[in-house]
Write a new protein. Structure first.
Length: 312
């Protein structure tokens, strides 16, 4: 059985990008691929793009879709085996996952990091619990440590927008009032390592990503130096890994502006806080790729579903 849990589940990235391009440029009627099958989408956290793009992709592949806001409407789930469930959670993930497997043929799961305990988040209890106990393929719609659908959409976007064989791509931290997970930057770094790009990661000291996940990298702490000659600038906030889940800095000089962007194309996964993470002028300007990224989320979801359906 094939899952789509992380960017590692993408076999040949050039082949996936070529297929994505084909889906966009020469759309065919693919509704027979999912005919008679049901996709169940479980949201433990909020969403706009993931929910709509995954549903749209499912319809394009002929799948029936069931959506549940599990975080607000489902039973609290126990994740640990052997627990005496006298208090707290009402249902164990073993039964919950198996029951969803009775109703559906594939599952999408969105379950963010709690940002309280690093090892708990790295264990990916909900995502891996559904993969282990549902008996059907699982698609990661953003988990504690990764957002592979977003990363695939970002790879498709850069591949489609670049004018160079080997563009310079800069991932830049940005300020944010709340503590956000590292899922998006983790998956972005991982997929960029498989692209023909020169990747530079810039953030303030204390915001180093988890190299167990991303692989080793040398951060550039001077944002302006990192941005020199950039072709693509991907802006994202994340909270500290070493002081797990903390906001260490809210320095507004890290916000992306037109002046700092220069001639580069701007990327962000959205949602984004205007004039905190990025200035209006950048989001509203012609160098912004954010809507192309959002459009490519549908293509990424189609590719992931075709993969788990064995139709890729
Ligand atoms: N980029 C992204 O995953 O958007 P949503 O959180 O709105 O789904």
């Amino acid at each position: 059985m094939k899952h789509f849990l992380s960017t590692e589940d993408i076999g040949s990235l050039p082949e996936w990008i070529a297929k994505g391009k084909e889906l966009t440029e020469n759309p065919k009627d693919l509704r027979s691929l999912g005919n008679g099958k049901t996709l169940c989408l479980l949201f433990f956290n909020n969403s706009l793009r993931t929910r709509l793009s995954t549903q749209k992709a499912a319809h394009l592949l002929g799948l029936e879709v069931i959506v549940m806001n599990f975080g607000s409407e489902g039973w609290n789930l126990e994740l640990t085996d052997g627990t005496v469930m006298e208090h707290g959670a009402a249902e164990h993930i073993r039964e919950a996952a198996a029951v969803v497997g009775v109703y559906a043929d594939l599952i999408g799961v969105r379950a963010f990091a709690g940002l309280k305990d690093r090892e708990t988040d790295k264990a990916e209890g909900i995502l891996n619990g559904f993969a282990a106990h549902s008996g059907i393929p699982v698609i990661n719609m953003e988990s504690a440590t990764g957002h592979p659908l977003q990363a695939l959409a970002d790879a498709l976007t850069i591949s489609g927008a670049t004018k160079k064989n080997r563009p310079k791509v800069v991932l830049s931290w940005a300020p944010h009032p709340k503590a956000l997970p590292q899922a998006v930057p983790n998956s972005f770094v991982k997929i960029m390592r498989r692209m023909p790009v020169d990747l530079v990661v810039t953030h303030p000291p204390g915001y180093e990503l988890d190299v167990d996940i991303t692989g080793a990298y040398t951060p550039v702490y001077d944002q302006r130096q990192a941005l020199e000659e950039a072709d693509f600038v991907y802006v994202k906030n994340w909270s500290s890994v070493t002081r797990y889940g903390e906001v260490l800095l809210r320095d507004s000089t890290w916000m992306m502006t037109s002046e700092k962007l220069g001639k580069a194309q701007f990327m962000h996964c959205l949602p984004v806080r205007r004039n905190v993470v990025v200035a209006d002028e950048v989001l509203d300007g012609h160098q912004s790729l954010v809507l192309r990224q959002a459009a490519n989320r549908t293509v990424a979801a189609q590719l992931a579903m075709m993969h788990v359906l064995g139709k890729s």
